[in-house]
Structure formats: C-alpha cells, structure tokens
Ligand binder design. Structure first.
Ligand SMILES: *Cc1c(COP(=O)(O)O)cnc(C)c1O
Length: 392
C-alpha cells in the first residue's frame, strides 16, 4: 500500500517516520487511521464475497493493521510486512515459515532466550534440529552447513552480551546453499539497520520495545523480501496470527516519535556508557557504538544508529554484589523488556545458557537508558556503586 507521499523523491528517515502508512484511502481526511474493531466483513453479493477485492475477514487484516504493515514494509524496504501478537510470535512464525520437518536451523548462540526455548521445544518436536553458532563465526558458518540446513537465525547485537555479527558474510553462505536468513532487528530498528539490504530474507522485530516505546503493549512485526514473502504470508495466515487494533494503533503512534526517541536514548546511553567505562569497578561496557567495543567495526560498517540498551561487566563482582547494585538504584527500575521511556536494569549471568560460546566474565548488568536526564541517571548509578561497595 502506498504511503501518503509515495513519489520518487528520496526521503530522509525522520521524514519517512512521519509519513509511512498514512494512505488517504485508509485515513480519510484525518491525520491518523481509525482504530477499526472488526471481525465480519460485509459484502453486497455472494460473488463479491467469493472474490473479495479488499478486506475479506477481520483476522486477515483491517485498515488499522494495513496502515502498520505498510509502514513497516516501507521502513524495512520489504516486499511485505505482517503484525504478530508479540516479538516471540513473530520469531516463531518466521521459523515455521522457513523450516521444514527434518531440517537443520543454525541459530546464533546469543539469541533471545525464549527463541532458544522455542527451538528446544516446538521445533525439536517437529524434527527441526537447531545447531548454535558463535556470533563471531562470519563466513566460517559454511562449516556448519549440511544439505538439510535451510535457515540461519541471527540477532545483533546479541541478547544480554551485545556481540555484533557479520550478516552479509553469513547470508552469502546461506544463499549459495538456498537457505533463508532470519534476522531479529529489535535493537537497531529499521532506523539504525535495514537487514534486508545486508542479506536477510525475513526481519523479525519485537515492536514491544522501541516501536511501541511506552511499555504499554506487546506487539511483533515481520518483513520479508520478494522471495520469502509468499511463504511468510502463508504461515502467518495459516497459524491464525492476529493483533487487536488498539495495540496496532499504539505501535503506529510510537513510530511517529521513534526518531526523536532513539536519538535521545542513544545520546544518553553513550554519555552513561562513557561514564561507566571510567569507573574502576567496570571491566567492560558492552555497547557496539563505543569505539573500543569488540563489535564496533562491524557496527560502524553496517549500522547507522543505536538505542539505549547495553551491558556492563564488572571486575570480579559476585552475583550478590550485582544484585545489590541494581536494587539500590532509584531511577533504574528492575524489570524485563526495554524500549520504553523509562530506565530499567537487570542482572544476568549468561554462563549457564550458552552452548557454542563460553561466558566467563561473571554477572553482567543490562541497562536500558530511558528518556530521563542522563546526569540524573549517572548520579543514580554513582550511588549504586557506593551501595555495591558496602556489600560483600
Ligand atoms: C523482547 C525481545 C523479543 C520478544 O519480544 P516480545 O514482544 O516481548 O515477545 C524478541 N527478540 C528480542 C531481541 C527481544 O529483546
């Protein structure tokens, strides 16, 4: 579906965020699309119902979802896009679309935890084998390819540990073997990275994070290139995937301010990260935009944006000390998810969850830097270090 100003003139990202998905056919004379609550679609004749020209049934889309899918497709440069009831649902639809019984899926070891569980449970029951790989593998992924390898599932930066990976190098290997590349783009969003232009075939996003942006809805999105679009659409429809219009509307609303929010999240995260790097308690800050981050070269080559989420590793801290640090913070709340306006902190120890890589650096703290003033956040962390020092 065409955007409001879908002409030939190139548009900068900030401009596109304002205009994507605002087709007058959907919005009428208004700025925003209606929040269309719909199940039944009515027809004048049986012939029209048998061959619908537009909407056919509520589960198959309505004006609100079409506005969002048009926006996502344009932002990702995709042949088509879909909405799912969560980011995890988007990942499962992508995997069920791309893999067949008896296939092998190669999955990055730093994948979002619940996707790893999906592989070990539902995919394993469908006789889909998952082999995990080190995010640093690059073109070396060729060594893991077998004749039945049909999917590479990647995510960057990695969940909790923020490793970058060489998507174009891996995609080249995958495509030479006819395999599909799925990429989780929740961290960078299409503002910071357009995976389809770097070799991905399907893009998964947890819109719950920065697209919704206000911690008040769970939504996922999918986008695909021409080759994978029919298969993705078929899986999404066959599985009955549908999202109510209120949450779709919240996602569309979030997209309008995504640019300014991400600018602020990134700038504040950079300031906080630089401050943390100078602390004697800190061993490493895991944030690819930092010049001394291990993934910085790949980040600088492929991405043109970041967000407010990063990790911190400490010098010999116990789990108890990391817990005390996080629990003493006043502005960083303890809680899952990220991407909202508020700052969050959690303690994680990836040592027990990885199989293709080894984590030996102890507990890490994952911070989401929200839209508060970064100076206040730094003062909060400063008090946190004092509280942590008082713990054994
Ligand atoms: C949160 C998250 C998901 C899952 O998204 P939900 O909307 O919470 O289901 C998927 N991938 C990544 C990288 C995430 O951080």
């Amino acid at each position: 579906m065409a955007g409001e100003n879908d002409d030939e003139r190139p548009r900068k990202p900030a401009t596109r965020l304002v205009h994507v998905g605002r087709d007058k056919v959907i919005t009428g004379p208004f700025v925003n699309p209606p929040v269309q609550h719909v199940s039944t679609v009515l027809f004048d004749t049986m012939d029209e119902m048998r061959a619908p020209k537009g909407y056919s049934y509520g589960r198959r889309g309505n004006p609100t979802t079409n506005a969002l899918t048009a926006a996502i497709a344009e932002l990702e440069g995709a042949a088509g896009a879909l909405v799912c009831p969560s980011g995890l649902s988007a990942a499962s639809v992508a995997l069920l679309a791309a893999a067949n019984a008896g296939d092998r899926v190669l999955m990055v070891d730093t994948v979002y935890g619940p996707v790893r569980h999906l592989a070990a449970s539902v995919l394993a029951r469908l006789d889909i084998e998952t082999v995990f790989f080190d995010p640093a593998i690059g073109a070396g992924i060729a060594a893991l390819m077998t004749p039945n390898t049909t999917v590479i599932y990647a995510e960057a930066p990695g969940s909790l540990t923020f490793e970058m990976l060489d998507l174009p190098a891996m995609a080249e290997v995958a495509h030479a073997a006819g395999a599909t590349v799925v990429f989780d783009n929740s961290w960078a969003t299409p503002l910071g990275f357009r995976p389809l232009e770097h070799g991905a075939d399907i893009v998964v996003m947890s819109a719950t994070k920065y697209l919704v942006g206000h911690s008040d809805a769970i939504v996922g999105t999918l986008a695909a290139n021409e080759r994978l679009w029919p298969r993705l659409l078929e899986a999404h429809g066959s599985l009955g995937t549908h999202v109510g219009p209120d949450d779709v509307f919240l996602t569309l609303r979030g997209i309008r301010t995504l640019g300014v929010r991400l600018e602020r999240h990134s700038a504040s995260a950079t300031k906080v990260a630089h401050w943390l790097r100078r602390r004697p308690e800190v061993a490493r800050v895991l944030y690819p935009p930092l010049p001394d981050d291990r993934g910085h070269a790949l980040w600088a080559r492929d991405m043109n944006g970041a967000c407010g989420l990063f990790g911190v590793v400490f010098n010999g801290w116990s789990n108890a000390r990391a817990d005390a640090f996080v629990e003493s913070l006043a502005l960083f709340a303890i809680g899952a998810s990220w991407g909202g306006f508020e700052s969050l902190a959690i303690v994680a120890n990836p040592a027990g969850t990885r199989t293709a890589t080894t984590w030996t650096e102890g507990p890490l703290v994952r911070l989401h830097v929200g839209l508060e003033d970064p100076d206040d956040l730094i003062a909060d962390l400063d008090l946190g270090f004092a509280a942590a020092a008082a713990t054994g």
